[in-house]
Design a protein around this ligand. Structure first.
Ligand code: NAP
Length: 361
């Protein structure tokens, strides 16, 4: 891509915002010119505002540490006049986030969001670029509703889904998946936490993550849905049921999956589909796309969080332990990095897709 886009990070001081900052440092297409957070941080430099909250394993990017933070709600005019689009990951009430993101869009500033607020707005595409890239074609309908020429909102799905939906999606297209039962084992960074800020998680497991099971059951059906006129209609199958458990892991969500098919494939057919799968992100050779999205491991004790979460810079999905089950057709496990592929990395990839397809022009 010849053009470089000026971008802002709204929620730059948060855990996902920090990931955006590190991923966008030196990005070939995107140049960070603006950082925004709450009024508590506004007016401070990024380095001052983020202070001891910085929790990435690399330093604050040199090019961003002296940028003065703007107020994400009070400075919308100023922010949108400086950027071509924003990434958004803020910790606010759902209705406030909905209104904030629409406000940016109405200022003709596209929003690529990590927040859940607009995931079920019918004309907002929720996209995993390898799976349902064609959902971005709903954007003209959304622009019509918002009365904008450029502005729109696009979102990514919840981090919990990112391990198992990519594995199920291509199987469903070919063999028809009827039922999915999944138990997710989710890292503490998914709650914006570290072991320092959440010491109770040392040597502990918590069998509850607020709202997560509903998202894990409902969002896959929107990803598998189709554009119908001015809305995206969710699919009505497969049936998903989920239990989501918080485990003492810094980064990486693992899913244990049981699956039933309309037409039961062989194990070899399933592995072949996974190993040969490529989506629009690979076709377009987007800068953050993994070369190989789905990776099957034959060893009995893989994939593991520590050895596999950083596969292809944390953007690939690892699958293993495929075997027949006594109640379902098959069971297997899968794994993805929750703050890379599952959060900021997935949003950067979505922005690359939108830029490559001309929606950021
Ligand atoms: P976080 O670490 O708590 O960061 C929250 C950010 O929101 C900070 O930059 C904060 O600014 C800003 N903020 C808070 N109140 C604000 C206000 N009134 N106006 C403007 N900005 C405000 O949260 P996070 O973990 O990064 O998560 C952010 C969003 O991403 C949430 O919606 C979360 O559900 C979603 N998400 C997180 C993950 C994950 O893995 N962590 C994954 C997927 C999605 P100050 O520093 O100034 O307070």
């Amino acid at each position: 891509m010849e053009k470089k886009f000026n971008v802002g990070i709204v929620g730059a001081t948060g855990m996902v915002g920090q990931r955006f900052a590190t991923l966008l440092d030196g990005h070939p297409w995107f140049n960070v010119v603006c950082l925004a957070a709450s009024s508590r941080s506004a007016g401070k430099t990024y380095k001052e505002a983020v202070g001891k909250k910085w929790c990435m394993d690399v330093d604050i990017p040199e090019s961003m540490k002296d940028i003065v933070i703007m107020d994400a709600t009070g400075d919308i005019d100023k922010i949108t006049s400086k950027v071509d689009f924003v990434f958004c990951a803020v910790d606010m009430k759902k209705d406030e986030i909905k209104a904030l993101e629409e406000e940016y869009a109405k200022h003709e500033c596209p929003v690529v969001s990590n927040n859940s607020a607009h995931r079920f707005t019918a004309d907002v595409p929720m996209v995993v670029p390898e799976l349902n890239a064609e959902h971005i074609n709903i954007i003209p309908a959304q622009r019509k509703r918002l009365g904008t020429k450029r502005g729109f909102i696009a979102v990514k799905s919840n981090c919990s889904l990112q391990s198992y939906v990519p594995a199920i999606f291509p199987l469903h297209e070919k063999f028809g998946v009827k039922n999915v039962l999944v138990c997710t084992y989710q890292a503490i960074s998914g709650a914006g936490k570290t072991f320092e800020t959440w010491p109770e998680m040392n040597d502990n497991v918590i069998p509850y993550i607020g709202g997560e099971e509903e998202k894990s059951e409902k969002e896959p059906l929107k990803l598998m849905g189709k554009i119908d006129g001015d809305v995206i209609k969710s699919a009505d199958a497969p049936n998903f049921t989920a239990q989501c458990i918080r485990v003492p892991v810094s980064n990486g969500h693992l899913g244990a999956v049981f699956v039933d098919f309309e037409n039961k494939p062989s194990k070899e057919e399933m592995i072949e589909i996974w190993e040969n799968f490529a989506g629009r992100a690979q076709e377009l050779e987007l800068p953050s796309a993994p070369k190989k999205f789905l990776n099957y491991f034959t060893e009995d004790d893989r994939p593991q969080i520590k050895s596999e979460r950083m596969l292809e810079n944390g953007m690939a999905v690892s699958i293993g332990r495929l075997r027949e089950d006594t109640q379902y057709d098959y069971k297997f496990v899968c794994l993805s990095h929750n703050t890379l592929r599952g959060a900021a990395g997935g949003a950067v990839l979505l922005a690359e897709l939108l830029a490559a397809e001309g929606y950021m022009d």
